[in-house]
Design a protein. Structure first.
Length: 156
């Protein structure tokens, strides 16, 4: 019982310490390291490391000015979503008027109800296989943590 508690505390400590270690190893986040500049034809492209936005910076008579570059990917995705919605509405309108769809276009399949889908329920042999697999994985995790603890004790 005490070993189980010790194991749980150790695993929780490792899980909580791992993100903190990764966060400390990166560059400090400040205004100077936030932006990356790349030479362009008539100035620089500025990449914002936090938001991913790109701005075009050019020299003006009164100094430098940066203008946001439009994100064409978002515009394309929005247009695709709009066209898919229009396509679905047109299919529904044709089907409701009992008109044939153009060749090569199939109607959307009807959604199956939960009773028709037949939920998967594990049978006793399948349940035993799954529980054996989970037990094997758990034993390996316990062995790894125990090995890490022994190594840590040996080093100190």
């Amino acid at each position: 019982m005490i070993r189980t508690r010790l194991l749980i505390v150790t695993v929780a400590g490792i899980a909580l310490a791992a993100p903190a270690g990764r966060a400390q190893s990166g560059q400090p986040e400040n205004e100077e390291s936030r932006f990356t500049f790349h030479r362009a034809d008539d100035g620089y492209l500025r990449l914002d490391g936090r938001s991913g936005q790109v701005a075009s910076c050019t020299r003006r008579p009164v100094g430098w000015a940066c203008e946001m570059v439009p994100d064409e990917r978002l515009a394309l995705e929005a247009e695709i979503m709009r066209l898919q919605g229009d396509n679905a509405a047109l299919k529904k309108a044709l089907i409701s008027r009992q008109l044939a769809l153009p060749s090569g276009i199939r109607p959307d399949p009807p959604l199956a109800k939960a009773e028709e889908r037949g939920w998967w329920r594990p049978r006793p042999p399948e349940f035993r296989q799954v529980s054996d697999f989970i037990a094997k994985v758990w034993r390996r995790v316990v062995e790894m943590v125990a090995g890490a603890q022994k190594e840590l004790v040996r080093r100190t």
